[in-house]
Design a protein around this ligand. Structure first.
Ligand code: NDP
Length: 396
């Protein structure tokens, strides 16, 4: 039986807390803590209604401070921490785990607040500390990153002798009814999308202008969509751990309406992350924009349509070339019915629960700092089918 601290009470925190609460045989004690305690209390109420569990404990902390994280771990006597706050908190929560002796799971890699740059180096540098402490840190247990790594590891185990080409494709064909909104934290989302594109080819990274490379892809259950090449964090760890990959790319769909709004916001400076002086105050335009945009956690109410995320993998099996496409389709309205969330929060929160379950049950264990593709994919793939994200395959 496991004792768990979940940090973060946004859209993803809501789903992760529901899904962990529904697995009482694994997580018999759950504390949900965040900067704003009232959001934790609201989720606790929803869990009582949707899951029928009334013993979730809530608390308040500033996870930028490792001392507060360590104190919270000790106060609630937890063995594992699931970080579904923001990437800015990754390092301080990992330090808190080391100080207090808890395992660590997150869904997005560290990103310094003052620079829109994410990479695994800072977290990989903590490998020896986690190893010495006999603790495990599991990085990137969302959908992408997360399930995409597990899909690739599963393909390597069961479908290929060698993988050569990987294309991760991510479509959200849903309609939330707002003129412009992001499906997860607006600040993190817009920082990611406005970066230069980057992909791995023939042993090196190649860069492209932001969203300049695009093509149409016919997604199962969703239909043809324009998808854009972007840099995404799992490209870094997958190409490191599966070195036979000659080319790895990440593609995400955007509507013309979304891109038009984004262009205007960029052109007028609203996506800037540096401080500007405004009437005697210093403000960061992107943080101000976040305050104006709909909270992603509230988008689910009238959301219709589906997401489709998967990996198109090419390689060799028994001397023959083959293509394997493994993917999940998720319905926004069904997610709302189950946990009062839209599908982007759902497709992140479910794998966050499964990754935490893998660590709590010691199905996956270190010690050290690990990415998802480093572990046996089979138990995770089984749990995806059991807990709300069934996957399908196409071979050619
Ligand atoms: P939200 O902005 O909705 O929620 C973030 C939560 O973290 C809020 O409750 C916020 O508190 C809390 N928080 C922020 N700073 C602190 C702090 N210093 N101390 C304590 N709590 C803090 O984000 P989402 O739920 O949309 O996203 C959560 C995470 O999931 C992000 O890291 C995101 O990158 C990741 N993600 C991963 C995906 C994947 O597939 N791997 C896909 C989508 C998201 P407050 O309410 O007070 O602001």
């Amino acid at each position: 039986m496991g004792r768990l601290l979940i940090i973060g009470a946004g859209g993803v925190g809501n789903v992760a807390a529901h899904k962990c609460a529904a697995r009482k045989e694994v997580f018999d004690y759950i504390c949900l803590a965040s900067r704003t305690k009232s959001k934790c209390d609201a989720i606790k109420e929803k869990i009582k209604h949707n899951v029928g569990r009334d013993d979730i404990v809530t608390d308040q902390l500033d996870a930028d401070d490792p001392n507060q994280v360590a104190a919270m771990i000790k106060k609630h006597n937890v063995e594992t921490v699931l970080n579904v706050a923001l990437p800015y908190q990754d390092l301080s929560i990992m330090k808190g785990c080391l100080m207090a002796g808890a395992n660590y799971v997150d869904t997005a890699n560290y990103e310094p607040p003052e620079e829109a740059k994410f990479c695994y180096k800072w977290q990989w540098d903590m490998h020896d500390d986690f190893k010495k402490a006999g603790l495990t840190a599991l990085l990137g247990s969302g959908f992408d990153p997360g399930v995409t790594s597990v899909f690739t590891a599963y393909a390597l185990k069961h479908e290929f002798d060698e993988i050569h080409y990987l294309d991760i494709v991510d479509a959200n064909a849903g309609d939330h009814g707002h003129p412009f909104a992001t499906n997860f934290n607006p600040e993190i989302n817009i920082r990611e999308i406005t970066q230069r594109g980057k992909y791995w080819e023939d042993g090196q990274w190649k860069e492209t202008d932001p969203l300049s490379v695009h093509k149409t892809f016919d997604f199962p259950s969703v239909g043809p969509k324009e998808m854009y090449l972007m840099y995404h964090e799992e490209l870094e760890c997958i190409t490191k751990h599966i070195p036979t990959i000659k080319r790895a790319r990440f593609w995400m769909t955007f509507s013309e309406n979304y891109l038009n709004h984004l262009r205007v916001l960029q052109n007028v400076g609203m996506t800037r992350i540096d401080e500007v002086e405004y009437e005697g105050h210093k403000i960061v335009p992107l943080k101000f924009l976040k305050a104006l945009l709909p909270d992603p956690g509230t988008l689910g109410v009238n959301y219709t349509g589906k997401t489709c995320i998967g990996c198109i993998i090419k390689g060799v099996k028994d001397g023959k070339e083959k293509t394997y496409f493994v993917y999940n389709v998720c319905d926004h309205a069904q997610c709302f019915k189950e946990v009062e969330a839209q599908a982007v929060s759902y497709t992140t929160g479910v794998p966050a629960m499964i990754g935490t379950k893998m660590i709590a049950e010691k199905t996956w264990q270190g010690p050290g700092v690990f990415n998802m593709e480093e572990f046996d994919p089979d138990p995770f793939m089984r749990d995806l089918n059991l807990y709300g994200l069934p996957w399908q395959e196409i071979r050619s």
